[in-house]
Design a protein around this ligand. Structure first.
Ligand SMILES: [Fe+2]
Length: 337
């Protein structure tokens, strides 16, 4: 770290960040009216595709202005019908996540079956995951090998996306959190859709996006414990255009430890702006998942507040996937054995 390139002055946000208040809807509608049609399925996230970007941007802002971010969808045991699926798809397009409540408490395999309805099959079996590759997020004893990781403590977690340290073939495109038991106090989630962040940055200066999409923007040193290499050095972009070009993937963490940013002025300026947006912008969503509630997301930026346990400790199931959420996958659903 260090080097002679320092971040430039912090950019004032007031002039560049649109409001999501209803009074601004007419501006969004006007912008949508002016937007050209998307061309040939081009990814809106590639800087060269200005018309695809403008079209996608207008639709995203229109949806965000018309839907409540924290609507809880009450879903039964069976497969989802077409109408519910369409509502969930809109919610996901607008915010990068949706919140649901199951009618009965889901087991680990029940949760995997639920997620399969959205095309989520390739699950990431990370170090702390159990038999079904579902991770039980709870406070573990000090002699448990997972105790060195913050998710297994009651401490807060600052802004990050899951698996930002993973290799390219193991990018976490989606994950779900499901609440078996909430904390007695705290343990709230906070979320920020990286696609909204992308809009805010690209509107400010497309060069910030170019810096964030550079293949060497973010490096993670190797993870070693007791002389054993658990993970090799990992280098990659912050923003990339996902598997299909339709969903924006982001690698990011505010943790200063074990993370190396390329010392380039535009990137450092973008990072300052990101911090400012995450702290100040009204696109931040706060959630306290209750028992039987879950959030399914395109790995949006997120974190959690510190918590304290009551008589029944906080327990969240987490499943992470290499697949993107895909609403056309419902017909191909199979059971998890
Ligand atoms: Fe996370």
């Amino acid at each position: 770290m260090g080097g002679s390139n320092r971040p430039g002055p912090v950019i004032k946000l007031a002039a560049v960040i649109y409001s999501e208040k209803p009074a601004q809807v007419s501006q969004v509608a006007a912008l949508q009216h002016e937007s050209p049609e998307p061309g040939n399925g081009a990814s809106p996230f590639e800087l060269a595709n200005e018309s695809a970007y403008l079209h996608w941007r207008a639709e995203k802002l229109r949806l965000r202005a018309s839907l409540p971010a924290t609507r809880v969808f009450e879903l039964g045991d069976g497969l989802l019908d077409t109408g519910v699926r369409a509502d969930l798809a809109e919610q996901l397009d607008a915010f990068g996540f949706f919140v649901w409540q199951s009618s009965a408490e889901l087991s680990e395999t029940g949760l995997l079956n639920f997620n399969q309805q959205f095309g989520l099959h390739r699950i990431d079996a990370n170090i702390g995951a159990g038999e079904h590759a579902v991770t039980c997020l709870q406070v573990v004893a000090a002699d448990d090998k997972r105790s060195r990781y913050i998710p297994y403590s009651n401490r807060g977690l600052n802004w990050h996306t899951d698996g930002y340290y993973n290799a390219p073939q193991q990018r976490i495109r989606a994950f779900c959190l499901y609440c078996v038991n909430p904390a007695a106090e705290g343990g709230d989630s906070f979320l920020f859709d990286q696609e909204l962040l992308y809009i805010l940055l690209r509107d400010q200066n497309p060069e910030l996006i170019a810096a964030l999409m550079a293949a060497d923007a973010l490096s993670i040193p190797a993870n070693e414990a007791q002389g054993e290499v658990i993970r090799e050095v990992e280098q990659g972009p912050v923003f990339s255009a996902g598997l299909t070009g339709k969903r924006l993937h982001m690698r990011y963490s505010t943790r200063p430890k074990n993370i190396i940013w390329k010392q380039q002025p535009e990137l450092l300026q973008a990072l300052e702006l990101i911090k400012q947006i995450l702290n100040e912008h009204e696109g931040r969503v706060e959630l306290k998942l209750q028992r039987k509630q879950g959030v399914l997301t395109n790995n949006v930026l997120h974190g959690r507040t510190a918590f304290s346990d009551g008589e029944i400790p906080r327990l969240m199931y987490r499943a992470r996937y290499y697949d993107e959420i895909d609403f056309s996958a419902l017909a191909h659903t199979g059971a998890v054995s």
